[in-house]
Write a protein that binds this ligand. Structure first.
Ligand SMILES: Cc1cc2nc3c(=O)[nH]c(=O)nc-3n(C[C@H](O)[C@H](O)[C@H](O)COP(=O)(O)O)c2cc1C
Length: 191
């Protein structure tokens, strides 16, 4: 049996991402769980950010941002960036996160996050009270000690990345579970 709830915005699991916009001198961090790859060519990442906070307008004005996937080791800092506003707080100073210079854009990366994207804003669409920002990925960074082969981004060691998982609805953080199969492969058993 199932029960219904009408139009609701509950989805899980989601990666806890930290979106940074600004410059090395003045940058802000916002916690965003609504993040997704949008297109492969060119590689594009989408983030959905409400109009009420500080970050949405900053992205519209700056036209660039970085997306930094938080590890579970930084759960408290990641949560802090989602319950405070850049209007009131210097979140880099408060969390102690380290700014890293990006290669192609002024917005810095967060060194402590094991997976980082530099994005150039290519489209923004306002739906209701949320901006959907499409950012072309200009560069991808991964911690080398979390790769089996430093020349192959696909050789990532999931446990080493230790991503901070957000469960929408329950409003809780979780760690990733064990591997149970090979994607694009296990389904062949039904062929
Ligand atoms: C776990 C978590 C996930 C969140 N995901 C989103 C999201 O996807 N989109 C959004 O607009 N706000 C999201 N928020 C809320 C913003 O992070 C929050 O409004 C923040 O204070 C805005 O900061 P700013 O004013 O510095 O931009 C999330 C907060 C938390 C704690």
């Amino acid at each position: 049996m199932k029960t219904t709830f009408g139009p609701q915005k509950i989805l899980f699991p989601m990666p806890t991402s930290l979106v940074v916009t600004g410059t090395m001198e003045k940058a802000n961090i916002v916690t965003i769980a609504w993040v997704s790859l949008l297109t492969s060519s060119p590689p594009t990442l989408g983030v959905s950010i409400g109009t009420r906070g500080y970050s949405g307008n900053e992205i519209i004005n700056n036209k660039h941002f970085t997306v930094n996937i938080a590890s579970a080791d930084y759960m408290t800092e990641a949560d802090f960036c989602g319950i405070t506003s850049g209007k009131d707080v210097d979140k880099f100073a408060k969390t102690g996160f380290t700014k890293m210079q990006s290669k192609h854009i002024p917005s810095p990366l967060i060194k402590e996050c094991p997976l980082n994207f530099e994005c150039k804003l290519v489209k923004s669409t306002l739906v209701g009270t949320t901006n959907h920002f499409a950012g072309e990925i200009l560069e991808l960074y991964m911690d080398t000690d979390k790769l089996e082969d430093v020349n192959n981004p696909g050789s990532l060691i999931t446990e080493a990345f230790n991503p901070l998982i957000y469960i929408g609805g329950a409003r809780e953080y979780r760690k990733i579970g064990e591997k149970i199969g090979d994607a694009y492969n296990i389904g062949k058993n039904l062929r």
